[in-house]
Design a protein around this ligand. Structure first.
Ligand SMILES: [Zn+2]
Length: 209
């Protein structure tokens, strides 16, 4: 049996894995890149956070973000409806960008994370574990829900001069989701390697001190 190993994400140097104190990180001896960290949150905390975020995501997308009262007429806008409006107004590229960064990527990110956490919790990560985790790492830079949230707030302030703006349920849900995602995105994915790797069968490799 070999000891659990960790490869440096920057230079591929192999290291023996050591137990870390909560809130600390291990660095590569060759290039100082962060190898893994130990979160203050344990697996059940992470699972609860991700589940809460998925529920909040659903609420955020099912209800209107704002109700606008303009000259006695009431207009409600959901996020999906806004994307559709952008598309119909001929702003296809903006519509696609908003759809991908605020609807699609956060959903895929949360879904993949939930599957990974459930796989680890079962104690036997499947063959899909490594590809899924790599996919998630590649996806991370593309979630921009906080940028979107800022855009909404700026738009609402501008709109408030022209119309009566009533914040919808989805606006509060998006605010909550932004906070939840900030916590979730701060959780290091290397930590999942750390937990999941123990149960993945790997070819024997030569550890470096
Ligand atoms: Zn390195």
């Amino acid at each position: 049996m070999t000891e659990p190993l960790v490869a440096c994400p920057e230079c591929d140097a192999l290291h023996r894995r050591r137990a870390l104190a909560p809130g600390t990180k291990a660095r590569c001896v060759r290039c100082r890149a962060v190898l893994y960290r130990r979160s203050y949150l344990d697996l059940d905390h992470q699972l609860a956070l991700v589940t809460a975020a998925i529920l909040t995501y659903m609420i955020a997308n099912c209800y209107p973000i704002v109700d606008l009262r303009i000259q006695g007429r009431l207009n409600s806008a959901t996020l999906a409806g806004s994307v559709l409006s952008l598309w119909q107004e001929g702003r296809e590229s903006v519509a696609v960008l908003v759809f991908v960064t605020t609807l699609l990527f956060p959903l895929i990110d949360l879904g993949a994370l939930l599957v990974l956490l459930l796989l680890i919790r079962r104690g036997r990560p499947a063959a899909a574990f490594s590809p899924l985790l790599r996919f998630l790492q590649a996806l991370r830079p593309w979630g921009m829900i906080e940028v979107f949230m800022l855009g909404i707030v700026v738009s609402l302030v501008k709109l408030s001069n022209m119309a009566q703006v009533l914040p919808g349920i989805a606006l509060w849900a998006f605010g909550t989701l932004t906070v939840l995602l900030a916590v979730i995105l701060s959780m290091d994915l290397h930590n999942l390697w750390d937990v999941g790797e123990n149960a993945i069968k790997r070819p024997a490799a030569v550890p470096q001190p």
